[in-house]
Write a protein that binds this ligand. Structure first.
Ligand SMILES: *[C@@H]1O[C@H](CO)[C@@H](O)[C@H](O)[C@H]1NC(C)=O
Ligand SMILES: *[C@@H]1O[C@H](CO)[C@@H](O)[C@H](O)[C@H]1NC(C)=O
Ligand SMILES: *[C@@H]1O[C@H](CO)[C@@H](O)[C@H](O)[C@H]1NC(C)=O
Ligand SMILES: *[C@@H]1O[C@H](CO)[C@@H](O)[C@H](O)[C@H]1NC(C)=O
Ligand SMILES: *[C@@H]1O[C@H](CO)[C@@H](O)[C@H](O)[C@H]1NC(C)=O
Ligand SMILES: *[C@@H]1O[C@H](CO)[C@@H](O)[C@H](O)[C@H]1NC(C)=O
Ligand SMILES: *[C@@H]1O[C@H](CO)[C@@H](O)[C@H](O)[C@H]1NC(C)=O
Ligand SMILES: *[C@@H]1O[C@H](CO)[C@@H](O)[C@H](O)[C@H]1NC(C)=O
Ligand SMILES: *[C@@H]1O[C@H](CO)[C@@H](O)[C@H](O)[C@H]1NC(C)=O
Ligand SMILES: *[C@@H]1O[C@H](CO)[C@@H](O)[C@H](O)[C@H]1NC(C)=O
Ligand SMILES: *[C@@H]1O[C@H](CO)[C@@H](O)[C@H](O)[C@H]1NC(C)=O
Length: 779
């Protein structure tokens, strides 16, 4: 990604003026694995000698080094000129050299709080307790959170009743601003922070904006940590007395290790996003592997699609998988465009976002008698009467440009014109909470937030600073039509009601990023979907729920939306599976989650996208997670670290780009033969035969029968069609023959256009159903 001229300028100012004023940047110099038994000191000296060889003095070499990665990952991060970086990338031992890019957390840019009235998430299903008991609530599993830190005082993160820290834990409790060793306990067993890459780019952290310690000012890290492993907290009261109930994470007794790598972006509102740099993330992951985590939860993604060889999350997760650590990552919030998905390496569990069956239903009553529903968690209510209703464009200052008329951007509304009115604002630019704050600033009494077309029908709730409601695109259009049809439109916003078992649910969130992978289409991504819309979890008390400067409220729980929120659901589920099956590989656990996922909503119909159209695997992967079923999947598709290397060879990576192993075998398998629980064929020309191996993980002798729902115009044949297993752990191979049935419609129009299907292995007793999605496009 090109840095803007401004940031280069900034960078120059930050660097001590050197004899030759050449622009420097933080680069990661990556050596792959460690070879031989070296002490940490020797490794550091080795890194140092590389650095010295391109620097003019020993002192300069020392001062330019940010991190030496010396546990699983071998490499360092340092301040280099382009010329120095190029010199290093030519060295024999060096696997790759890349600039430390800026990533961001995967929340949608809005935050709000209402109340806790129900268990958090899908784990609330009836059979949840059975799963949790089997998994001992995740008690001895350690989940590493790469995020914005933690608010350790949260009720959800107390360690009451937890046993000793699991043996083998090697992590530390790093102290800093308002964080000392007493803030770690048997729940938060480790905490560290990584800020050097950030500070080299942006200058010293502004310590009124964040704590220079693992403490979370932002809230995001506390939210994701409590979604993975929050304790059950009963009778939590909420602002405005909105609701009351129990909060709980997915694996309530899991241990948490905090790796703070994300920091506030200078010169941006805190509500607008944060910055997480490659150099810092790689250091965090290297430590997490060494510390002994079992699962990594990473709700962070790059802005641009990055090859695996230059992506610290992909590189870090590859080292994690070598150590049998499961890495779950968010897919991103840049939907609905194709190829918008991130974190698509095949050794990562890539998670998209869908809705819960819970809604906060409110309505707009229009002056013409029409009532249109939407959602709201506002604790503030209007007096029951009709108020003048305007669209923002009718009450803006004259200097507002045409394309932003209805956007309610800061400073755009005229208090003379907006006072006492309900103001309709359209989504598109700015933040949802920011628009609400603008309506309030201008003296509006109520706020209607309408989805634009691309956002469809799902709405993210926000407890704005005034009475409010968010409406889907269709109802937004109706409200606008009404406003435009009359001289004096009026409306009233009703208070909200919490409705559970709302139908149809789940549906895909409008924001969720969409496949295929922009980096490699040979693997179907995302893998799975989990709740990410209007998710309630613990919050920081170091800032307000909206993080806006005008908001002075302090809350303990808050609503957020994003794949940032769905990722920790899957990390929590993976932690429970790890507890039940401690010897399973990370690939086996991924397979269990993927092959048991559901594709129907609670009306028994296919899961839809935000606009009500049938969704496909590029939105939800294999479907919505069902952790209870995943605990006992029947068959799994296993894969090893070496299998991933071989796959990298077959998708054209010189292995040397990612590991020190530079020997890709001569006869490479085709990319689709990675033993993955789904099938993707991006360029079908004639016939492709896909190989798979399943491992029997049921206890009894079993017979499995295959069945297929082929993609339109394609025939799919499984051979052999029946598999016999006698004992646990037995492996059986089969092939999937994928053939274009007719050339009809296979003209230019059909090119690159994906079609979808699936195949299933079902056992003879009707206990197991092992489903794999298929995505095929013609060449
Ligand atoms: C940590 O800080 C708290 C609050 O300031 C204090 O009560 C406690 O004694 C400190 N613990 C240690 C180990 O310094
Ligand atoms: C740090 O942040 C505070 C609060 O946002 C701001 O007032 C102050 O100017 C900032 N300091 C610097 C050096 O940017
Ligand atoms: C729009 O309003 C109608 C009428 O109240 C309601 O049935 C529908 O569910 C609303 N749409 C959404 C997406 O809430
Ligand atoms: C537009 O005008 C308003 C009021 O006249 C002013 O407060 C605001 O700063 C102006 N905005 C811009 C971008 O000039
Ligand atoms: C709709 O709003 C979203 C979210 O703000 C924005 O990303 C998208 O570009 C908008 N689409 C259009 C067509 O304005
Ligand atoms: C507003 O959003 C649209 C669509 O996302 C974008 O094209 C446009 O540049 C944005 N305008 C401003 C002023 O941010
Ligand atoms: C508009 O409102 C005014 C005063 O509230 C009322 O006298 C008038 O009849 C209304 N006009 C229409 C078209 O409803
Ligand atoms: C290098 O990778 C290939 C492909 O996976 C594997 O067969 C070979 O054993 C590896 N060599 C080493 C030294 O790890
Ligand atoms: C692999 O590394 C070589 C140089 O060693 C480079 O030319 C190539 O672009 C890299 N490939 C990828 C996919 O990163
Ligand atoms: C399931 O079916 C197999 C073979 O048909 C049989 O041997 C086994 O006992 C059955 N298991 C159960 C739990 O019914
Ligand atoms: C498909 O395969 C045929 C025969 O192998 C070849 O002639 C043709 O060029 C291929 N088409 C494409 C689009 O690759």
């Amino acid at each position: 990604m090109e840095k803007s001229p401004l940031s280069s300028f900034l960078l120059l100012l930050l660097i001590p003026v050197l004899a030759s004023c050449v622009e420097k940047q933080v680069y990661v110099v990556y050596f792959g694995e460690h070879s031989g038994e070296k002490t940490q000191h020797e490794i550091e000296e080795n890194h140092h000698s590389y650095l010295s060889s391109v620097k003019e003095s020993e002192e300069e070499a020392r001062s330019s080094l940010l991190y030496s990665y010396k546990h699983s990952i071998n490499g360092f991060a340092a301040l280099l000129t382009l010329e120095e970086a190029e010199k290093l990338s030519g060295r024999e031992e060096v696997v790759s050299v890349f600039t430390s890019q800026e990533y961001s957390l995967h929340t949608t840019r809005s935050w709000e709080f209402a109340g806790v009235e129900k268990l958090l998430n899908e784990f609330n299903a009836n059979d949840k307790d059975d799963l949790l008991v089997k998994a001992k609530f995740g008690r001895d599993v350690i989940v590493g959170m790469l995020d914005s830190g933690v608010w350790p005082e949260s009720y959800s993160l107390k360690d009451k009743g937890l046993g000793p820290i699991p043996k083998g834990w090697k992590g530390i409790c790093q102290t800093g601003d308002q964080f000392n060793t007493s803030n770690c306990n048997r729940k938060i067993i480790g905490a560290r922070y990584y800020v050097k890459g950030y500070e080299k780019y942006y200058g010293p952290l502004n310590r009124t904006q964040d704590y220079r310690s693992p403490r979370d000012k932002d809230g995001h890290g506390t939210h994701t940590a409590s979604t993975v492993g929050g304790r059950r907290v009963h009778n939590v009261a909420a602002l405005g007395g909105f609701a009351r109930g129990t909060a709980s994470g997915g694996a309530p007794l899991v241990r948490l290790a905090i790796y703070k790598v994300c920091w506030p972006t200078p010169k941006k509102g805190k509500e607008e996003g944060n910055s997480c740099f490659d150099a810092d993330m790689l250091a965090g992951i290297d430590d997490a592997i060494q510390d002994g985590v079992d699962v990594l939860s990473i709700s962070i993604g790059s802005y641009d699609a990055t090859p695996f060889s230059k992506d610290s999350i992909a590189i870090g997760a590859l080292h994690a998988v070598k150590n049998n650590i499961i890495t779950a990552c968010s897919a991103g919030n840049s939907g609905p465009a194709s190829y918008s998905i991130r974190n698509t390496a095949p050794w990562i569990l890539t998670v998209s976002a869908s809705s819960l069956d819970r809604k906060f239903i409110a309505a707009v009553e229009l002056g013409n008698g029409e009532t249109l529903q939407g959602e709201s968690i506002s604790p503030y209510h209007l007096k029951r009467k009709l108020y003048p209703l305007v669209r923002a464009g009718q009450v803006v200052n004259p200097n507002v440009t045409k394309d932003l008329l209805d956007q309610c951007m800061p400073g755009s509304l005229s208090p003379e014109k907006a006072k006492g009115k309900i103001v309709f604002c359209l989504r598109g630019n700015g933040t949802r909470v920011g628009k609400g704050a603008e309506v309030k600033r201008a003296g509006g009494v109520g706020y209607i937030l309408g989805n634009n077309k691309s956002l469809g029908e799902d709405v993210s709730v926000d407890c704005h600073l005034l009475p409010s409601i968010a409406v889907g695109c269709r109802n937004a259009t109706k409200i606008l039509k009404y406003i435009d049809s009359t001289k004096n439109a009026t409306a009233y916003i009703t208070p909200a009601d919490t409705v559970i078992h709302g139908i149809p649910a789940p549906h895909m969130a409008g924001f969720t990023s969409v496949g295929p992978s922009p980096v490699s289409e040979a693997i179907l991504k995302p893998d799975i979907t989990a709740p990410g819309l209007n998710i309630l979890a613990a919050w920081t008390e170091g800032d307000s729920p909206t993080k806006m400067d005008v908001d002075h409220r302090v809350v303990k729980y808050n609503f957020l939306s994003g794949t940032s929120m769905s990722c920790p659901h899957i990390a929590g589920a993976a932690a429970l599976l790890r507890a039940i099956h401690p010897t399973w590989s990370s690939a086996a656990i991924r397979s269990a989650l993927v092959t048991t996922a559901g594709i129907l909503n609670n009306m028994g119909k296919p899961i839809t996208d935000a606009s009500g159209k049938e969704a496909n695997p590029f939105l939800f992967g294999s479907g919505h997670f069902r952790p209870s079923k995943a605990a006992d999947p029947g068959l799994v598709y296993d894969a090893s670290y070496e299998d991933y290397l071989l796959h990298l060879c077959s998708i054209g990576y010189n292995l040397k780009n990612l590991t020190r192993n530079n020997s890709c075998p001569k006869n490479l398998p085709p990319p689709h033969n990675l033993n993955y629980p789904s099938v993707a064929i991006p360029k079908l020309n004639g016939t492709v035969v896909v190989k798979r191996i399943v491992t029997h993980v049921g206890s009894s002798r079993s017979i499995y029968f295959s069945s297929v729902k082929p993609p339109v115009g394609i025939s799919v044949t499984i051979s052999p069609p029946i598999l016999y297993f006698n004992q646990y752990g037995e492996k059986k191979s089969f092939t999937i023959r994928v053939q274009a049935e007719s050339t009809e419609g296979v003209g230019e129009n059909a090119k690159n256009k994906y079609r979808f299907g699936w195949y299933i292995w079902r056992d003879s007793n009707g206990t197991y159903s092992v489903r794999s999605p298929i995505a095929v496009a013609f060449s």
